[in-house]
Design a protein around this ligand. Sequence first.
Ligand code: A3P
Length: 335
Amino acid sequence: METPAVTKSQESETDLEILIQSLPKEKYWLRHGLDLHQIQGFWIPSFAIRGIIKFRNQFLARDTDVILASFPKSGTTWLKALTYSIVNRSYDSSDNPLTRFSPHDLVHNFENFIFKSENYPDLESLPNPRIFATHSPYQLLPESIKNSKCKVVYVCRNLLDQFVSRWHFKDSVKSETPQFPISEAFEMFYQGIDGYGPSWAHLLGYWNAGMENPQKVLFLKYEDLKENPNFYVKKLAEFVGFPFSEEEEREGVVERIVKFCSFENLKNLEVNKNGKRQIGPLKNSAYFRKGKVGDWANCLTPSMVERGMKLMEDKFSGSGLSFKLSLPEAEESVM
Ligand code: A3P
């Protein structure tokens, strides 16, 4: 019997599998049964590793592209909604795609959606400006993103809230197998054995890129967006090349975008209350929990808080990166 010819794509799929099998592997605390694969010092979840490599090798950026990057649970949903609203000037409830789709189904993620599927969506036919998202560390981004004039916007969050948000997010994914206890999960986060982590290295990659080239990378913090959304929405609009005119500012367009994309408004839209992601098992509501700064105080033990604070101090020392760690106003700490 004749051996079937191996096509180019099958050949590269085989190469990819060989490469992935050769990478160091660890368990991922987010869910039993999930693995992490280490590539260039970063731990990538098993569900994203193929996508991350294909994205890196194959994506061709255009100068007009806008890439929204984040560490998971740092404000990705918010940033997607804001950028989509800014670029499309969609901030009213009537005929606004954000009232019908999750922000995640309007701005697609490279490694978990676009490059995950066997048959990639046709990226070439998309009109400018194309808006995409990724959790890839800066260090693993495709060269075409780094070398083109496309814009990269990064949103991050203090490591404690980000860990706590992920700790709760794991409950959105039904699991037959027992969960890791929080003490073990925290230990792995602390060691940097974490999806897309170490988290501090992820933040510092984009932080340093933004310091070196502020025209290329806009570095945003969830805490700042919470404190002064109007200011950062204007900054974001200018950065992505869709600044507000004086007339728009007079008419309150900035405030309307901020209000439309606020946690309270998005969370209570029917699509985000009862809708489901177009792909995968997740409900849209999984992306809206508390939306506050300082929820770490309600979840972590004093020892975890102390170690987490020290971790941030040590890892960000000398970089200029720091976070305001205010406690939530209306809630008592349970520590
Ligand atoms: P909490 O779990 O602390 O509530 P991501 O979008 O990166 O997955 O991050 C999810 C976190 O952002 C969750 O945090 C979620 O509640 C919060 N969030 C989602 N939409 C938001 C919005 N419009 N404004 C502020 N926070 C938002």
